[in-house]
Design a protein around this ligand. Structure first.
Ligand SMILES: *Cc1c(COP(=O)(O)O)cnc(C)c1O
Length: 385
C-alpha cells in the first residue's frame, strides 16, 4: 500500500498491491491524454455535439424575486442523459479506449452514472457491466432499462445496504481480478488516486463555462456558488474555477430523514474508505455506517478527498438539507420556474430557500443544477405533496 497524497492530508491510494500497478497505468495514460491535442479536441467535440455543451446559464427570475437577489442556474440538467455525469464518462471511456481496454465496468447509484457510461460505451462499441445495488434497481427502473437498451449488463448487488457503496465494492472486487483487460469508470471524485484528480479534471468544465458566462452577463463574479454533494463531482466541478476568487463555496449534503442521513462532511470522521483517506460515516468501531437519502445519488457514506481538504482549510463550507426540504424544493422549482430538478440538486435549492435571510440584494447566487428530475417523478408522486 502506498500513500500518494493529493489533497493536503487526504486522498492517497489505499488498495491491494495488485491494483496499485493498474492505478499507475491509468494515471500515466491520463497524464498523457490530458496533454494530447488530439484527445482534447475529440473530447471537446463530443462534449459539444454529443453531450450538448456549453450548458446554459439561466437567470431564474421568479426564484430570484422570492430570494431577494439574483439566482443563476448552471443547467447540467439539459445535457444528454440528464446530468453532469456525461462530462466524466466521455473522458474516461475515451481514455479506456486509448489504453486498449476491452471491457468496461462501472458502478451506479441513481443510475445516472450507469446510463451516462452506457451511452458512451454504445457510441464506442465497448462492452459494459454496471454494478448496481438491488435497492437502487428497484428505485430507478427506467434507468436500468436505459442501460440495457444500450447493450449494457446491469449486475444487481445484494450485499450490505444494497446501494451505492456496495456497488462500488462489487465493482472494485470485479476489477481486482481483471486489471489487465478491464477499465473501471468511477463516477465521482472518490476512490483511490488517480480517480479523484481525474474526475475533477473532467468535471471542471462546469465551473470554467459558468465563470465565463456569468462574467459576460453580469460583469462580475457570483458571491456564492452552491452545489449538492454526494461523492462531490458536480460540486468540485463548479467550485474549481472559483477556488482562487473571493467567492463563497457551499456544499449541501443529504440531511436524510431525522434518523439516517448522508452528512459525511458535517458529521463524519476521517477514515480510510474505498481506496482513499477522507471523511466517512462510521461508528465508534470504525465500521462504515449506512447512509440514507431520498435521492439515490446522495446516498453514500463517503466523500471525495478534495472536499475534506476544502472543509479543513475552510475554503468551502458544508451543510445539509433534509429529505423533506429537498422534496419541497422539487415541488417549489417545478411550480415557480417549470423546471424539474433532480432530487439531488433539490438539496442545493432547499438550502437557498431555507437561508434566504442570509443573502443581501446585491448578492449573485450560482447554483449547480446537476441533473433533471424526470427520473424522480414516480418517487416524488409516491410521497404526495
Ligand atoms: C450522481 C449525481 C449527484 C451526486 O454525485 P456528485 O459526485 O456528488 O456530483 C448529484 N446530482 C445528480 C443529478 C446526480 O446524478
Amino acid at each position: 500500500m502506498k500513500l500518494r497524497t493529493k489533497f493536503g492530508a487526504f486522498g492517497g491510494i489505499y488498495i491491494p498491491e495488485m491494483m496499485v500497478a493498474a492505478m499507475e497505468d491509468v494515471e500515466k495514460a491520463f497524464i498523457r491524454c490530458r496533454k494530447d491535442r488530439n484527445f482534447n479536441n475529440k473530447l471537446s467535440g463530443l462534449l459539444r455535439d454529443y453531450a450538448g455543451r456549453p450548458s446554459p446559464l439561466y437567470l431564474a427570475e421568479n426564484f430570484s424575486r422570492d430570494i431577494g437577489c439574483k439566482v443563476y442556474f448552471k443547467r447540467e440538467d439539459l445535457l444528454h442523459t440528464g446530468a453532469h455525469k456525461i462530462n466524466n464518462t466521455l473522458g474516461q471511456v475515451m481514455l479506456a479506449k486509448q489504453m486498449g481496454k476491452k471491457e468496461i465496468i462501472a458502478e451506479t447509484g441513481a443510475g445516472q452514472h450507469g446510463v451516462a457510461t452506457a451511452v458512451v460505451c454504445a457510441l464506442f462499441g465497448l462492452s459494459l457491466k454496471v454494478f448496481m445495488g438491488a435497492k437502487d434497481i428497484e428505485r430507478q427502473k427506467p434507468n436500468v432499462y436505459r442501460m440495457q437498451l444500450c447493450g449494457a449488463e446491469v449486475v444487481p448487488v445484494t450485499a450490505g445496504s444494497q446501494t451505492l457503496k456496495d456497488a462500488v465494492n462489487a465493482a472494485l472486487r470485479y476489477f481486482l481480478g481483471r486489471v489487465d483487460t478491464c477499465y473501471y469508470v468511477l463516477g465521482s471524485v472518490v476512490g483511490p488516486h488517480p480517480y479523484p484528480m481525474m474526475v475533477q479534471h473532467f468535471q471542471k468544465v462546469i465551473g470554467n463555462e459558468a465563470r465565463r458566462q456569468i462574467l459576460a452577463r453580469e460583469g462580475r463574479l457570483p458571491t456564492h456558488v452552491i452545489a449538492c454533494v454526494g461523492g462531490g463531482s458536480n460540486a468540485i466541478g463548479i467550485f474549481d474555477a472559483f477556488l482562487r476568487d473571493k467567492v463563497r463555496l457551499i456544499g449541501v449534503e443529504a440531511g436524510g430523514n431525522g434518523k439516517k442521513h448522508g452528512k459525511t462532511l458535517s458529521q463524519g470522521e476521517v477514515g480510510i474508505f474505498q481506496g482513499s483517506k477522507s471523511y466517512v460515516l462510521q461508528n465508534k468501531d470504525g465500521q462504515i455506517e449506512e447512509a440514507h437519502s431520498i435521492s439515490a445519488g446522495l446516498d453514500y457514506p463517503g466523500v471525495g478527498p478534495v472536499h475534506s481538504f476544502l472543509k479543513e482549510s475552510k475554503r468551502a463550507m458544508y451543510t445539509s438539507a433534509t429529505d423533506k426540504e429537498a422534496l419541497h424544493a422539487f415541488h417549489y422549482l417545478s411550480r415557480k420556474e417549470g423546471i424539474f430538478p433532480a432530487l439531488e440538486s433539490s438539496h442545493a435549492i432547499a438550502f437557498v430557500l431555507r437561508n434566504r435571510k442570509m443573502f443581501s440584494s446585491n448578492d449573485i447566487l450560482l447554483i449547480s443544477l446537476s441533473g433533471r428530475g424526470d427520473k424522480d417523478i414516480n418517487q416524488v408522486l409516491s410521497f404526495g405533496k
